[in-house]
Design a protein around this ligand. Structure first.
Ligand code: FE2
Length: 259
């Protein structure tokens, strides 16, 4: 039997956080992917007529958990989150760890731990729906800043995501895409797929549009953090003989200092 397609509602929270609601029309379940801000999440749920039953937390940063308790009180929902950050996540009901699988209605969900941005950051992968909620690990044309783990850890985390099918739709945590695009083109200026994409992103952002979701195949063609083996990028950063991991660390450092 074919499962019905999950419905997804995307909206802005705070200044640049994405709010995401995921709804399963068969079971009636609705999950908020993180809980950055109460009001826009509640308004989005009301707009669609959905009652929020879960929060799927990716990491403990305030701009991802601040509305946890308010939403829990309002909806009586269940909060799922990473075992390695359990103490830092308000209202957490159920912990999950790398490789855990569970069902959202009849839709399989797999947990991928991706330390780097934080020590216990997790992504939620829906393999049959070909959807990844990557939060602050993998952005359109970028990757998360390293706050709690090393570039080497983040590199290994990115490799765990890069093996997912090209047709995977990726929902990420922040609208940073224009700034990511400017950095990407600065170290990969001759990449024609990237040139086309930067033009599209500039036009979309000028109209106030969102750049979410992206696709894994497109990221592999254009995201410098997934392209560290590319000879042109290696030449651009003068690291032709370095390991992939070393190139990744250098690119992450350059992005931190990019104006
Ligand atoms: Fe974060």
């Amino acid at each position: 039997m074919m499962m019905k397609t999950l419905a997804i509602e995307v909206f802005m929270c705070r200044s640049d956080n994405f709010g995401v609601l995921l709804h399963d029309p068969e079971s009636g379940l609705t999950a908020a992917i993180d809980a950055p801000e109460e009001k826009p999440i509640v308004e989005a749920a009301e707009r669609r007529g959905w009652k929020i039953t879960h929060i799927f937390t990716t990491h403990h940063h305030t701009d991802h958990v601040e509305a946890n308790l308010a939403l829990k009180e309002r909806y009586g929902l269940e909060i799922v989150g990473p075992v390695n950050e359990a103490l830092a996540i308000p209202g957490l009901d159920r912990t999950v760890a790398d490789g855990d699988e569970f069902l959202f209605g009849e839709h399989p969900v797999r947990v991928i731990e991706t330390p780097g941005h934080t020590a216990g950051h997790i992504c939620y992968h829906f393999p049959e729906d070909k959807i990844l909620f990557a939060a602050d690990t993998l952005f359109a044309l970028g990757c998360g800043r390293l706050f709690e783990r090393t570039a080497s850890d983040m590199w290994h985390s990115m490799q765990k995501l890069a093996v997912l099918p090209d047709e995977t739709a990726i929902y990420f945590g922040h609208e940073y895409t224009l700034s990511n695009a400017r950095f990407a083109i600065s170290i990969d200026p001759d990449n024609e797929a990237l040139q086309r994409r930067v033009a599209q992103i500039e036009a979309l952002r000028a109209e106030g549009g969102f750049t979410i979701p992206t696709m894994m195949g497109l990221e592999k063609e254009t995201n410098p953090f997934l392209r560290v083996a590319d000879p042109a990028i290696r030449r651009a950063v003068l690291m032709e003989g370095a390991t992939n991991e070393e190139v990744f660390a250098e690119i992450r450092k350059r992005k931190d200092n990019f104006k």
